[in-house]
Every structure is written in structure tokens, then in C-alpha cells.
Design a binder for this molecule. Structure first.
Ligand SMILES: NC(=O)c1ccc[n+]([C@@H]2O[C@H](COP(=O)([O-])OP(=O)(O)OC[C@H]3O[C@@H](n4cnc5c(N)ncnc54)[C@H](OP(=O)(O)O)[C@@H]3O)[C@@H](O)[C@H]2O)c1
Length: 287
């Protein structure tokens, strides 16, 4: 992968302070891209930035701080990006969280819905003008295989009546796939492609960060980590979609292991996708 050159390309990666996002930012930097890392915590962001600079020997890496659970912070991020850069060739929506318990954001939204999906919807829409101007350009959403278990529960989208961590996570990932396909349809003919992916089971700190994850299952998760993919391996499909000429012009697809894969039947429901977009526009105050 690192034989491919991304010289002259500007790539923004959210959630670049750890796990798959950090490995993706490193891979892009090694390919010569200008990489803009988005991290929520400045100390963690700075640590990742200096590690990536050192390991890639690249001087073209920038760090923007934004808590993507806040719509105000997302708007500030989009403005800051546009004030510094005139182009965006690759947007990788990667940041994600897992919570066993119900967490509510400053905007009053359930946190997994907000960070894993709505933040991507809002950020992508706010950056869409600059992305289109940079065409050919690519938007990549790190979704997950668990989208297939997801249902979009419009009667209780924020889990206020009934909340179950896994269910909310699956819903957020199905929303990512529906959003990918819907945006790809809307961007046909613009030179901007939109794809999503499952990175595999990757040994990251995603679950460790959830302080309410049951101790016994946390222990089992820790035991199974050596059997999982490394973050570098988990970043391969993101890097492939960001850089490979093989996927030039391919849009509205779900990838696993750098190959087009079948996503759930529900993820192809265009009425569901349209309804989700309308609700999302209202929740993100874009409508
Ligand atoms: N690991 C897997 O097996 C797996 C499987 C399928 C899909 N995924 C997806 O892959 C993506 C990356 O996850 P990962 O496994 O690499 O986990 P991770 O190491 O915890 O990385 C998640 C990244 O998102 C950032 N983030 C979380 N909340 C944020 C917020 N409010 N604002 C800004 N950034 C925020 C984290 O920042 P901090 O460093 O500050 O926490 C971190 O950089 C997620 O979307 C996840 O759902 C992972």
C-alpha cells in the first residue's frame, strides 16, 4: 500500500489519536499525503501527532481538536479546516465510541448515535462544498459488520424509552451504511465517491474506554485481543479506499478486506435512508 503516492492529496481523519484512526493517519502520512488529524483530547492528539511525525518522517501533518459529540464543535472544526485549507481530497469518518450505559451529549442526543453517525453526517455536509471542489475526492465511513443487526428505531431514536448499549451501537452503524449509500446517490456525477467499510475485529481500546462494560466480558475481550487484528491491519481497507486506483469511480459500496461485500438488506432501503436523512437534517440543524 505504501508504494502508492498520495503526494498533493489532503486527507482528514477523525479519531486519529488511537486505534484504527491513528494507524490510518500514519499510513496516509507514509504515502506522502498531507494529513489533518482530528482528535478530541489535545494531549492525546499531540502524542499521536509526534509519534506519526516520527514514524513517517513527514512534515505535512496537522492536528485539529474537536469533540465530535458537540455540534457546535463540529461547526467550529469545519470552519477552522476551511480557514486553513482550500481542498479536501479524502475525508475519513472514523471516530467512534461504545457505551454500555445511556450517555447524553450536550445537544441532548444519545452519544453513540451522535458520535458514530450524526457527527459524520454533519461534518461531511459542512465540508461538502470544499470536497466537491477538490474532485476527484473520496468520503470513507468506518462502519462495521454489526450494522447488519441494526434497526433504525424512529420511535425512540435516542434510546430514551428503552436503552441497550449493543442495540444503540448497531443502530449507529446501520445509520452509517444508509448514510453512505444515500450520499453516494446524491453525489453521482460530481467526481466524489462515498464508501463504507468493516475493519474486521481489531484490537483497540474501544471497549476498554467504556467504564461500564461488564468486568467479566472486559476480561474475555482482553484475552481474545491477541487473536484480533492489529490496528495497522484494521486500517488497511480505509487506506485502500483512500488511495487505490482500483476503486476510482466506485461509490455507494460496503467493503470488507479491501473487497466489495454485501451489506444487510435493510441498509439498501432507500425510503429508510431518505427518512433518516430528513430526521438527521433536523437534528443537525441543517434543514
Ligand atoms: N475495533 C473494532 O473491532 C471495530 C470493529 C468495527 C468497527 N469499528 C469502528 O472503528 C472506528 C475506530 O474505532 P477503534 O476500534 O479504532 O477505537 P479507538 O481506538 O477507541 O478509536 C476511536 C477514536 O475515536 C475518537 N473519539 C471518540 N469519541 C470522540 C469524540 N467525541 N470526538 C472526537 N473523537 C472521538 C477516540 O478519541 P480518544 O483517543 O480521545 O478516545 C479515538 O481516537 C469506530 O468507528 C469503531 O466503531 C471498530
Amino acid at each position: 500500500m505504501s508504494n502508492l503516492s498520495m503526494q498533493g492529496k489532503i486527507c482528514l481523519v477523525t479519531g486519529a489519536s488511537s486505534g484504527i484512526g491513528k494507524a490510518t493517519a500514519l499510513g496516509l502520512a507514509k504515502m506522502g499525503a498531507t494529513v489533518v488529524m482530528v482528535c478530541r483530547d489535545s494531549a492525546r492528539g499531540e502524542a499521536a501527532l509526534s509519534e506519526i511525525k516520527q514514524r513517517s518522517s513527514s512534515g505535512s501533518i496537522d492536528l485539529l481538536i474537536a469533540d465530535l459529540s458537540s455540534q457546535e464543535a463540529i461547526r467550529r472544526l469545519a470552519n477552522e479546516y476551511k480557514s486553513k485549507y482550500r481542498q479536501l481530497h479524502v475525508l475519513i469518518n472514523n471516530a467512534g465510541v461504545y457505551y454500555t450505559k445511556h450517555h447524553v451529549t450536550v445537544d441532548g442526543l444519545e452519544a453513540m448515535f451522535a458520535v458514530n453517525y450524526l457527527a459524520r453526517f454533519l461534518l461531511t455536509n459542512l465540508l461538502l462544498d470544499i470536497i466537491k471542489q477538490s474532485a476527484p475526492a473520496r468520503v470513507i465511513n468506518v462502519a462495521g459488520a454489526y450494522h447488519a443487526k441494526g434497526k433504525i428505531n424512529f420511535d425512540d431514536l435516542q434510546g430514551e424509552k428503552v436503552f441497550e448499549g449493543q442495540r444503540a451501537n448497531h443502530q449507529s452503524k446501520l445509520a452509517d451504511v444508509l448514510f453512505t449509500y444515500e450520499l453516494a446517490r446524491r453525489l453521482e456525477g460530481t467526481g466524489v465517491t462515498v464508501n463504507c467499510l468493516h475493519p474486521g475485529m481489531v484490537a483497540t481500546d474501544l471497549i476498554d474506554k467504556d467504564k461500564d462494560f461488564p468486568v467479566f466480558f472486559k476480561y474475555l475481550y482482553k484475552l481474545s485481543k491477541p487473536l484480533m487484528r492489529s490496528p495497522a491491519k484494521g486500517a488497511e481497507t480505509s487506506l485502500y479506499l483512500a488511495s487505490s486506483p482500483e476503486v476510482e469511480g466506485i461509490s455507494g459500496r460496503y467493503f470488507v478486506n479491501k473487497r466489495i461485500a454485501q451489506s444487510s438488506l435493510e441498509s439498501h432501503d432507500t425510503h429508510l435512508a431518505q427518512r433518516l436523512r430528513e430526521v438527521s437534517e433536523r437534528l443537525a440543524k441543517l434543514a
